[in-house]
Structures are given as C-alpha cells and as structure tokens.
Design a protein around this ligand. Structure first.
Ligand code: AR6
Length: 178
C-alpha cells in the first residue's frame, strides 16, 4: 500500500540542538567536496566522532556538490554518517536549488539502502555556504516527502536546527504542510 502524506508528516520531527548528540541510525554532515572536514557542523561531527572518521573519509575520494557518501559513525551514537556537500549559494542562478535537492535525495537513498529507520539532517548550506534559510527549508521538506512517497519508504526524519532562525522557519513550514 502506498504511504500517504499524513503518515509521512508524522515521521518528520523538528528539534533544536546539536546533531552530534542524536541517537539515530544516520546523521547527515553538511560537508565540502574534499570530505576531509571543515568548520560548522562538519567540524563538530569530526570532533565528536574522533580521528577514525577522517581516516575513513580519506578513502572516499571526495564528493561532488549534491552527491552523498556514507561512513561509520565511530564515537558517535549514530551508526552512520552520510556526508554531502551542498551548494555554495551564488545568487540562485547557478543550479543551487537542484544541487541542494540532490543532497537531501541522495542522503535519503543511502539511508534506505543501508537499512536505516531514522536519520537526522542539519540545515545543509545555510551556514558558511549562504543559502537563504526559507528557501533551503522548503527544498529540504519537499524533497524528503517526495522521496518517501516515490520510494514508498517510511523513515523517522529529524531536522536538528542549531540556530533559532532555522528552528522557527522549519516549525512554520511543517505546520503549513499539516
Ligand atoms: N548541529 C546541528 N547544526 C549545526 C551544528 C551542530 N552541531 N553546528 C552548526 N550547525 P555549516 P554549510 C548548523 O556552515 O553552510 C564547513 O566548513 C548551522 O547553524 O556547518 O553547508 C564544511 O566543511 C547551519 O544552520 O554548513 C563546508 O566547507 C547549518 O548547520 C561548509 O562549512 C549548516 O552550516 C559547508 O557549509
């Protein structure tokens, strides 16, 4: 039987906080194409997971913006880390929306293929990469809903927002969909 939208919406959770603390099957890292660490959430995830994460990342050969690659979670409570570089926002006419969508879609694909029942996302590209938060939120929510509908796949999705702006934006957008 096809999963319906109201069931999908019950599996989407918004919370404030630090994604490195999440007890889920996979957390998503807003990485850069080197996949060798950086600042922001990427730095926090590498610090919390420990040096073995970087060792495994060195074997991955980087990733294009919108692509996603999976590693183990090492010292994290999460079993896996899914690393995806989002787009750098350069005004909106450089394919940014499609790339951001790919980051969410390809992360969901890896979660499904690896048997995950729960996944946590940060607000990819809305920090250093400068993506406008409202638009990024709308893409994030619509893409994970689209994935669950198309793939007939239910997974608990947690959006873990670090800043008050994103938390308010996600809360509002999710209410509008319900
Ligand atoms: N938990 C959840 N969200 C967080 C955390 C955390 N611990 N720390 C920050 N955020 P950013 P980007 C939020 O800059 O824009 C790195 O250097 C933050 O408030 O981490 O995709 C990479 O290596 C923001 O809303 O990622 C790349 O070079 C969101 O996470 C570059 O930054 C994303 O902010 C990627 O930039």
């Amino acid at each position: 039987m096809a999963v319906d939208k109201s069931t999908i919406l019950k599996h989407i959770h918004i919370q404030k906080g630090d994604i490195t603390k999440m007890e889920v099957d996979a957390i998503v890292n807003a990485a850069n194409p080197s996949l060798l660490g950086g600042g922001g959430v990427d730095g926090a995830i590498h610090r919390a997971a420990g040096p073995q994460l970087l060792e495994e990342c060195r074997t991955l050969g980087g990733a294009q913006p919108g692509e996603a690659k999976i590693t183990k979670g090492y010292r994290l409570k999460a079993k896996y880390v899914i690393h995806t570089p989002g787009p750098v926002y350069r005004g909106g006419n450089h394919n940014e929306a499609a790339i951001l969508k790919n980051s969410y879609y390809n992360s969901m694909r890896l979660a499904k293929d690896n048997g995950c029942t729960s996944i946590a996302f940060p607000a990819i590209s809305t920090g250093v990469y400068g993506y406008p938060k409202e638009e990024a939120c709308s893409i994030a929510l619509s893409t994970i809903i689209e994935f669950m509908e198309k793939e007939n796949f239910l997974i608990d999705v947690y959006f873990v927002l670090f800043d008050d702006d994103n938390y308010a934006i996600y809360t509002k957008h999710l209410q509008e969909l319900s």
